[in-house]
Design a binder for this molecule. Structure first.
Ligand code: 48N
Length: 345
């Protein structure tokens, strides 16, 4: 027989009042340091491990601290201003530029993997170094990633480990208060609206837990969730289980007549084409990074990442160029107001 649930006077915002048995929590075993009872630094702990003790916790406090925040975020970002699909090097670069330029916009990033970063944790063939051709070094300076040059007149720079770039851009993006990363979450469809000309406009994304999305073939009726937004930026890459997702979905729904299909490797042609081609491919949806190679039939560039960063810069610029118009279209819908006003709907 399980022991009676221990009722503790645990602070919670729950409206349900539960009878509590007042307990005196064990005092945190504080080791007085310079007269204080707090361990302010890890130096305070050095050599005092025998007396060390964490502050007491009840498991439900951890559960509530996590779930309360997650569900508040789901509620807040159910109406987003911009959704970025795919947190690879292009998606993260896009998010950085957007969040910095428009702190008033709510930006949701949907990433299928548990670990965001896409293919940018390593260079080519699982090697460590990341190469970026000039002028993409400007982006490295913008986000504060150190790099080397192979000779004073080299046309490229080298980040000693790709993870240094990815961890830095990820850290910067996650620190913006107007950005929410929903990782381990897949966009498994797009929200569409008639565009008034017989075609469609993209007005949001359809999401599910990635582990659920991967089992629609062996489990039926696992319905998704949704996020409305006037602008979607799809940077889902060309690789992996969901690569080029939006491009393929737009083709299957008839919004794109055909896909060009990624072509062979040519660094010079590929990187210029991806950056210059980053654009709104159907009303409300911008495509950047390697997903665009599938749309346009652009070459692949292999193990050089400058185009991913600068495609992100361009995608952000394109998003801000079209956002007001797309938002106005959203406002027309049944009087719903776009996300930034956060007006209850
Ligand atoms: O890193 P990727 O795959 O994509 P990009 O475009 O940011 O960077 C591409 C780059 O890594 C290269 O491929 C290099 C330059 N090589 C080129 C070459 O010639 O080989 O990131 C895409 C991200 C991944 O993290 C996926 O997990 C995620 O998008 N993703 C999705 N997330 C949510 N919903 C989806 N449907 C989805 N599909 C992919």
């Amino acid at each position: 027989m399980s022991p009676p649930a221990l009722m503790m006077d645990v602070q919670s915002n729950d409206s349900t009042t539960i009878p509590t048995t007042k307990m005196t929590l064990p005092q945190v075993n504080s080791v007085p340091v310079n007269g204080t009872t707090k361990m302010e630094t890890i130096d305070d702990m050095a050599g005092k491990w025998n007396d060390f003790k964490f502050a007491p916790i009840r498991e439900s406090q951890v559960s509530r601290a996590m779930t309360r925040r997650y569900y508040a975020d789901l509620d807040k970002y159910a109406e987003s201003d911009i959704v970025i699909v795919g947190a690879g090097s292009c998606g993260l670069s896009t998010a950085y530029v957007l969040a910095k330029a428009r702190p008033d916009l709510k930006i949701a990033i949907i990433e299928a993997g548990v670990a965001p970063g896409g293919g940018a944790w390593l260079g080519g063939q699982l090697f460590s170094a990341m190469i970026m051709r000039k002028p993409a070094d400007a982006f490295l300076r913008e986000i504060g990633v150190p790099y080397e040059e192979d000779g004073s007149d080299s046309n490229y720079v080298v980040v000693k480990h790709a993870a240094l770039f990815t961890s830095t851009i990820l850290s910067k993006v996650l620190q913006f208060p107007n950005v929410k990363l929903f990782n381990a979450t897949t966009v498994e469809d797009l929200i569409t609206r008639p565009d008034g000309n017989g075609g469609i406009r993209i007005a949001g994304v359809v999401t599910n837990w990635t582990l659920v999305s991967m089992h629609h073939d062996d489990q039926s009726c696992m319905d998704p969730n949704t996020i409305n937004a006037p602008v979607i930026i799809s940077t889902t890459g060309h690789d992996g289980p969901f690569g080029a997702f939006s491009a393929k979905r737009l083709l299957s729904m008839g919004a794109l007549a055909s896909l060009g299909g990624m072509r062979g490797l040519d660094m010079n042609l590929a990187e210029d084409a991806i950056v210059k081609g980053t654009r709104e491919i159907v009303p409300g949806l911008i495509t950047g990074g390697m997903e665009l190679s599938e749309v346009d039939g652009a070459n692949r560039m292999g193990p050089t990442f400058g185009a991913m960063a600068l495609s992100g810069v361009k995608a952000a610029e394109e998003a801000l160029r079209i956002w007001e118009d797309r938002r106005a279209q959203c406002e027309d819908e049944f009087g719903f107001i776009a996300a930034t006003t956060d007006k209850a709907v």
